[in-house]
Design a protein around this ligand. Sequence first.
Ligand SMILES: C[S@@+](CC[C@H](N)C(=O)[O-])C[C@H]1O[C@@H](n2cnc3c(N)ncnc32)[C@H](O)[C@@H]1O
Ligand code: SF4
Length: 367
Amino acid sequence: MLPIEHLYVHIPFCPKLCPYCCFYVEEGGRNKNIAFLDALLSELDAVQALRPVVPKTIYFGGGTPTALLVDQLEYLLKGIHARLPLNALQEWTVEANPATVRPEKARVLREAGVTRMSLGVQSWNSSTLKTLGRVHSAQQAHTTYDLLRSTGFPAVNIDLMFSVPGQTPEEWECDLKTTLGLKPEHISAYCLTYEEDTEYFRKLRTGQFVQSEEKDARMFELTMDVLSEGGFRQYEISNHARRGFESMHNLAYWQGREYLGLGPSAFSTLDGTRFQNVRDTAEYVKRLKGGVSPMLTQEPLPPETLLKESIAFGLRLDIGVAEEQLAPWSDETAHLEEIGLLEQVEGHFRLTRRGKMLADAVGERFM
Ligand SMILES: C[S@@+](CC[C@H](N)C(=O)[O-])C[C@H]1O[C@@H](n2cnc3c(N)ncnc32)[C@H](O)[C@@H]1O
Ligand code: SF4
């Protein structure tokens, strides 16, 4: 049986909920305890009893993995080391909020073998940080970035957001340039999405916030120009890396590879099936304590669904999608080429610069 090579671990705790965020998270520390970590590890045990897990990539995401206390992080990392062979591991990422990293935590993560930290900076501008309801200041983000560098992580990603209400293109350009000045290996630059069931979504609906496609496009163009001039390759619509520092874990998702997700709300794609765990930390812990599966839903992925997903994700990658994969949609591809949204390069169809601005709409044409 082939081993599972990509492992995601969801840590659903945050110091404070951000008003735009729709990830499954809990504010504060009600369930932030050893029982939760034991539940994660016993979920891993249960999967390992059925299939070997030999990770090439591990990704601790959330939520905020660095919201765990130092002892808790040590306990989890020890549990992972005790259960998994890590000789094939090529990348181990941990997401961090700048307000939650202390020297001791950074040291514990690095010593356990974490190779890549992903820091949620969002902006270097105090007024944008305030609008986003972030718990950290720009100064705190700078200090945390310096700490990650001095701890010796081989790669650091900085997450940024644009088209935030009140943010001007000039301020966004300044955020990009400040980020370049710090010389991270990777930059994720996300256009703000108004996710349903968030405070931001309600404000948009009631007219307190206004969305402008024109502004989104202008800021997206700025992103591409400034980051490519700074030596970054846009290998995915929202992701820019110095050569050799692309996120291997995220590429595995986008290339439709199998992965195991542990933790409340986590998705897994294994054996042609997509699973999702319960979106409730207390229930997740209760189930695993009682030897019950934490799975909430299970959906078979027929080959045509997998093909459509791989086209939608593939079009977001700079390499694009192989021509033969798109053969059943030859009328669509001819039309999209004609109107300048797709181009053919070395046997692949890929988005043009204008196509990248309309990536979601182009992807939908193949759904
Ligand atoms: C799980 S969070 C990263 C770590 C940590 N929780 C934090 O926020 O600092 C992943 C990233 O998704 C992005 N993000 C979250 N909600 C978003 C939204 N509604 N629109 C665009 N980007 C979003 C942010 O850049 C965030 O850093
Ligand atoms: S953006 Fe990050 S810190 Fe904010 S609520 Fe979402 S996961 Fe937590």
